[in-house]
Design a protein around this ligand. Structure first.
Ligand code: MG
Ligand code: ZN
Length: 224
């Protein structure tokens, strides 16, 4: 019997492309954040708020992944930053090849940071390295606090976790303490930020952390 390990070879090819992306991003002195979440958690709203807050301090670009539409990309474009849209035509995640091709459209903008908004899905986006510097998971209080235990991989990989719609917390059954305990049991190093895309609460703190990460990467790469 012949067995073809399709999964392995696809992942192998993705790893190579991710490594290539990572080298290009470093060469361009660029910090790249991969934003992941389930649909409706408010990634795009968070991104709009983040751009408003960071625009004066950093030069920002966005790669917007969506199944079919360009609605989110248009919202981001409205914030006055360069955006590249990737329509995956039904594919439920971004891969390193898509991101590498999209990034070519941003070269020349002399960016400090690029946000990649992944397709809304808590499962397979976590399995594809895009060459990013870190992964962020956005989770909203209206989704319930069982997500870390149900989708451990994505929470294990996240450097930063944003609990969005924190303004709605009193109206939900979301238990912040239980959520933080579950995250700590999976990934004790993860930074948890409580934010509201609607009111802007907590966005400054998250943005200050991002500025720190940009500076840290610069310092590290110049030491080499
Ligand atoms: Mg979106
Ligand atoms: Zn997928």
């Amino acid at each position: 019997m012949v067995k073809i390990q399709l999964g392995t070879s696809i992942m192998g090819a993705n790893e190579l492309l991710a490594r290539k992306n990572r080298a290009v991003f470093s060469e361009h002195d660029l910090l790249v954040a991969n934003l992941m979440s389930s649909p409706g958690s408010g990634k795009t709203t968070i991104l709009e708020r983040t751009i408003e807050s960071l625009k004066e301090r950093l030069s920002i670009g966005v790669i917007e992944g969506d199944l079919y539409t360009d609605q989110d990309a248009r919202r981001i474009e409205g914030k006055g930053v360069p955006v590249v849209q990737i329509n995956t035509e039904g594919a439920c995640h971004l891969d390193a090849g898509m991101v590498g091709r999209a990034y070519q459209q941003l070269v020349g903008h002399e960016l400090d940071i690029v946000f990649i908004e992944n397709v809304g899905n808590l499962v397979c986006p976590a399995e594809f390295d895009l060459g990013e510097d870190f992964k962020t998971v956005v989770i909203s209080t209206t989704e319930g606090n069982d997500k870390p235990l149900k989708y451990p991989l994505i929470f294990c990989q996240a450097t930063a976790i944003l609990v969005n719609k924190i303004d709605l917390l009193p109206f939900t059954d979301f238990c912040l303490d239980k959520f933080k305990d579950d995250v700590a049991s999976l990934n004790p190093a993860a930074r948890v930020f409580q934010v509201s895309g609607r009111t802007g609460e907590g966005i400054e703190k998250w943005c200050d952390w991002l500025v720190g990460e940009v500076q840290r990467k610069r310092k590290e790469s110049h030491r080499k």
